[in-house]
Design a protein around this ligand. Structure first.
Ligand code: CU
Length: 194
């Protein structure tokens, strides 16, 4: 927005105030909101789209794996179908813990309309695995790495079994296990798409 505003101001000086005001009124209502969001968030927000084919048989997060810096915000946006973004954490329906121990788990609840979105800002370093409640068994999961790839999410899926305090935790379903991109691949490529 800064750049655009500067450009418009410069243009206004050249074209004259009245003309420029008219142009702004006509052209900017459509552009300004988008430009503002895009520019304001570019430095700090990573966007993940929640996707589906027309039948709902194929569902996925895009990208499925991302690397971000501590303090960056992740925003999930519905593109098609109905989804959630829900951290692998015992407080979310007794799912096994696959985010850093000190991190706060999130659950967006159902996002039902295209464009609906949910954000978290992740400050604690580690691997964060998450799923979509209605589509977990279909393998709709994603992985975020914040800074160093450490914590429970970096361990094998069954690592918790037999450890104290894990009674009743639900293991990651088979289709989801297959869907996760590896930690190594995310560290190498930073953004991983299916
Ligand atoms: Cu879903």
């Amino acid at each position: 927005m800064q750049t655009r505003r500067k450009f418009i101001t410069t243009g206004g000086a050249v074209l004259g105030g009245i003309v420029m005001q008219d142009i702004m009124r006509v052209v900017l209502p459509g552009l300004s909101g988008y430009e503002y969001c895009r520019t304001a968030s570019a430095a700090s927000v990573a966007t993940i789209r929640m996707r589906s084919d027309q039948t709902g048989g194929d569902v996925w997060f895009d990208p499925i794996g991302i690397y971000i810096y501590p303090g960056q915000t992740v925003r999930w946006v519905v593109a098609e179908n109905v989804h959630t973004t829900t951290a692998y954490h015992p407080r979310n329906d007794n799912h096994s813990l696959r985010i850093p121990e000190k991190a706060v788990p999130w659950n967006s609840g159902y996002l039902v309309n295209p464009g609906e979105h949910f954000e978290v800002t992740l400050t604690i370093e580690g691997v964060y695995d998450y799923y979509c409640i209605p589509h977990e068994d279909a393998g709709m999961v994603g992985r975020i790495i914040v800074g160093k790839p450490v914590g429970p999410g970096a361990l094998p899926f069954d690592d918790y079994k037999g450890k104290p305090g894990t009674t009743g935790w639900l293991p990651v379903p088979e289709a989801a296990r297959k869907a996760f991109p590896s930690v190594e691949r995310i560290m190498r490529e930073k953004i991983v798409r299916r």
